[in-house]
Ligand binder design. Structure first.
Ligand SMILES: Nc1ncnc2c1ncn2[C@@H]1O[C@H](COP(=O)(O)OP(=O)(O)OP(=O)(O)O)[C@@H](O)[C@H]1O
Length: 402
């Protein structure tokens, strides 16, 4: 701590510490970019620091893109950190924007110096568990389950991402309460975050609520892009909300991330269980592991006496689990039975998942059980099929899908 030494130090009170450039730099090194989750100093986002004799500090911060949705948050974080440095009397944060060259440099840095497109989850040694959430029929609650399980995992301290691959019925952003698109840095896409989860959805790349009419190969390409061009960071778990049915995208997932596993969602209804079985048995062809079955809308608790009313029948989840165990030749457990709960639907509509708004209700408890079982399994080869040819049979890749 040095005493004021020059005439420009007139504004510093006698005896107060003079902030140093190094101290300000160290404070800035604690500021994380909200989207990338790394210190802004490491991302070359701090262009200049000026410490004046009166203890006021100017910091020039480079945003990755102009109109960055995080500009206010970044400004606040920088302001707070620098104000905490001893002797700082005032802080001025000046925002500027990276040049194309700087953005490319950041892009390369984030890729870890790898210039070509890779899917991090498909690399040997990847520690991220990838789960495709599948169902036979639409409307059985696959998206609601994906969102709530992801948030429950994040609540337990895991780093979680959700990829809404339900290209035709993308409802995930709304369920998370996300109404903005991702930021794009060079060719890299920064996923918005909500309730502690990084989220990307086709819905973020279509205008308004325009229906998506992509066909198989384009879907494959879109999925590949979401897996490789989105900056997911180090995730513990990635959940993919797959379109209903036994469609192309489930096969694409198996090809792009051979170690991915499936979670099958069904209702107790016979019509739903039959197609759920079919969706699950696709895993026999793709040699994916099915981690379990989740029965949603399992029953309606009577609002008067709490008795279970089997609105959609009973036993469907157990039947699918048993059948898949036989067909796939490995244990496929029934992981949870989630009751019908109007608050689950309301939470989805309002963008506040049930595990946040009503963590103690039965549906939330069941969803947390699934999150705990899937989130804290150790990654290993036990119980997984050895898919030794990841690039086999990749669909032709047409030009850029969006
Ligand atoms: N357990 C539940 N209790 C009450 N409502 C539920 C429950 N599960 C889902 N829902 C509601 O049912 C509707 C369909 O759910 P959701 O969108 O999650 O299904 P989905 O299987 O993803 O559908 P799709 O694949 O067709 O997009 C939503 O309005 C959702 O809020």
């Amino acid at each position: 701590m040095s005493a004021p030494t020059s005439s420009s130090d007139a504004g510093v009170l006698p005896g107060s510490a003079q902030p140093t450039q190094e101290a300000v730099q160290a404070a800035l090194a604690t500021v994380l970019d909200p989207e990338i989750g790394k210190p802004i100093t490491e991302l070359d986002m701090v262009e200049a620091i000026q410490v004046r004799g009166d203890g006021s500090v100017d910091v020039v911060v480079l945003l990755t893109v102009s109109g960055c949705p995080m500009r206010d948050e970044i400004t606040n974080r920088v302001d707070r950190a620098v104000r905490g440095v001893a002797g700082v009397t005032d802080v001025r944060v000046v925002l500027s924007v990276m040049s194309d060259a700087q953005r490319s440099g950041l892009h390369e840095k984030l890729r870890g110096g790898t210039p070509t497109r890779v899917i991090p989850f498909a690399q040997p040694g990847s520690l991220t568990r990838v789960y495709g959430v599948a169902s036979g029929k639409g409307g059985v609650g696959k998206s609601s389950v994906t969102v709530n399980v992801a948030v429950a995992m994040a609540q337990s301290g895991l780093k979680v991402g959700v990829l809404d691959a339900d290209i035709y019925g993308h409802s995930v952003p709304r369920m998370f309460g996300i109404d903005r698109g991702p930021t794009q840095v060079d060719k890299m896409i920064m996923p918005p975050q909500a309730h502690g989860v990084k989220v990307i959805s086709t819905g973020m790349f279509t205008r308004g609520n325009a229906p998506v009419t992509w066909r198989g190969p384009m879907l494959h390409r879109a999925l590949e892009q979401f897996l490789s061009d989105v900056f997911w960071g180090d995730l513990d778990v990635l959940l993919l909300d797959l379109p209903p049915g036994t469609g192309d995208i489930a096969i694409s997932l198996a090809q792009l991330v051979p170690s991915s596993e499936l979670l099958v969602v069904t209702t107790p209804q016979v019509a739903a269980t039959e197609v759920a079985e079919r969706a699950g048995t696709i895993a026999a062809q793709t040699r994916q592991n099915v981690v379990g079955v989740l029965e949603n809308m399992a029953y309606l608790p009577c609002p008067h006496c709490d008795e279970r009313i089997d609105l959609f029948g009973a036993g469907g989840g157990a039947a699918v689990a048993e059948r898949l165990t036989t067909v796939l030749g490995h244990d496929v457990p029934l992981l949870a039975q989630i009751p019908l709960d109007v608050r689950l639907r309301e939470g989805g509509d309002a963008g506040v998942p049930l595990v946040v708004s009503d963590p103690d209700c039965e549906a939330s408890k069941q969803l947390r059980t699934v999150a705990d079982r899937l989130g804290h399994r150790s990654r290993g080869l036990a119980g997984r099929s050895l898919n030794l040819s990841p690039s086999r049979g990749l669909a032709a890749t047409p030009p850029h899908a969006h």
